[in-house]
Write a protein that binds this ligand. Sequence first.
Ligand SMILES: [Zn+2]
Length: 317
Amino acid sequence: MVRWPLLLASLLYLLVAASACAPPALGAVETPDALTPTPTATGTATAKPTVTPPPPTATPPPPTPTATLLPTQTPSPTPLPPLIAIDPGHGGRDLGAVRVHSDGSLAFTESDVNLAIALRVRDALEDRGYRVLLTRDGDYGLNPEDLDVNGDGAVDHLDDLQARIDMVNDAGADILISIHQNSFVWPNGRRAPDVGGTVTFYNAYREFADHNKRLARYIQQELVAAITELGHDVQDRGVQVDHQLESDPEGGRFLIVLGPESARTARASQMPGVLSETLFLTHDIEAELLQDPQALDAMAEAYARAVELYFQNEATP
Ligand SMILES: [Zn+2]
């Protein structure tokens, strides 16, 4: 009975002595504050419970952020981002449609407008991480040496178009967007300053017809929205199959850059594609928009958004 208090006292003494030992140990940890690695080493020797906190705090910051970023990024670069072929229609000797002043002098050409839009679309797509192939990046044609590119025995505009198709096929482009501007004059030659609108053509008979149509819809939707946003009540002419072109003098055949192989096309484009007629350069308001750099920027963004929508919803044709 008498020994218990003694035992307790000695136990208490031991506890006090032990806790008295703690301060120097703590003091030792505090002093080398500047040298973070050393305290952890000495800490392990003094008391294990006090050591456990530092390692966890030390481990998370350096590795976790960099470690998680690297694995998630490595898989995506492995498959290259989609390659988008942008084809600014016409160029060089081929002016495409032209807008003339009331005195008959040339105001601007379709080929220049197509290029101005295409260069902006390239920038907008590259900003979004896509790879871009332009069939031309200046004012030139694709068949400068006047070769019979399609081997049909004649040298004409079909060879220029065949050269564009060959270029996008050789590059392995994932989709093709050919950019053009519309025009309209009355058969008697009178100007039609209020005939305008946006239309996107696609081929409904190729094996990737569903993709053609989907891409056409996104482009049409985004362009009409963007042009309306610019304050122009643009006529939405919708998406149209390319063989219904009434303007085709030979009865509405497939558009060369979109269609299958034929007597006019030695090698067909091998990827989903559309031909977009952004606006009518014979329409007074639309001609102004096509000369307005900010409006062209907005149209280019619309094309880029459409491409983005196309690839985001690839699984749902
Ligand atoms: Zn054209």
